[in-house]
Design a protein around this ligand. Sequence first.
Ligand code: ADP
Ligand code: MG
Length: 217
Amino acid sequence: MFLEIKGIKKHFGEGDSRIEVLKGIDMEIEKGELCVLLGPSGSGKSTLLNIIGCLDVAESGEYWLKGKKVTGKSQKEMARIRNEIFGYVIQDFALIRDDTVLENIRIPLDYSKKKIDKLRIDQLLKSLGLKKLQKMRVSLLSGGEQQRTAIARALVNDPEILLADEPTGALDSKTGQEVMNILREICNKGKTIVIVTHDEKIARQCDRILCMKDGKI
Ligand code: ADP
Ligand code: MG
């Protein structure tokens, strides 16, 4: 199995403020699929996505990626997995607003050992319809253009898995649909994608829906 999670648990807080967010999650993701975690706000979707993306760790259970156990790895090894395997897109884009599209897209390259040439960046800009906007400051772009820039930044390192937390959450439905079409295209080109959403219309367009409720799938 490409990605496998077994009995993952996670809580936040202690004593009276303790909340069990993930109460034993089991899930599998196959290579090349567009998979979605669907659930209401507060159901633990982002917490689970952060564990999948090695941004956070579970307190119990096991996480296996490409046949290797991730659980128990050191922080340094987790950082390496994060940089090599994952690209991350979030709802509010998290771009540097005073920098240009191209400057934003190049940021991950400073943290990567992968050799990415100009041609590849050019292809990426073209495929996301950003070629003409590359020298533009991000603060001048529309929401859809900003999210396309964030997707390009997440893809510049050529990650195997793209994680997108509410990628359409800050967009109107037409622009959100355009972003979904782009994610589908990226998946068709061979990337594995995991999306988080509370929107059923978005979820129905994915290959597989994992419904989250009360910390369970
Ligand atoms: P979702 O993405 O489905 O809206 P989250 O995973 O963000 O849900 O959050 C699930 C629950 O965990 C919420 O009740 C949230 O308040 C809580 N939570 C998330 N992150 C933290 C944190 N770092 N510290 C304390 N509580 C948190
Ligand atoms: Mg969330």
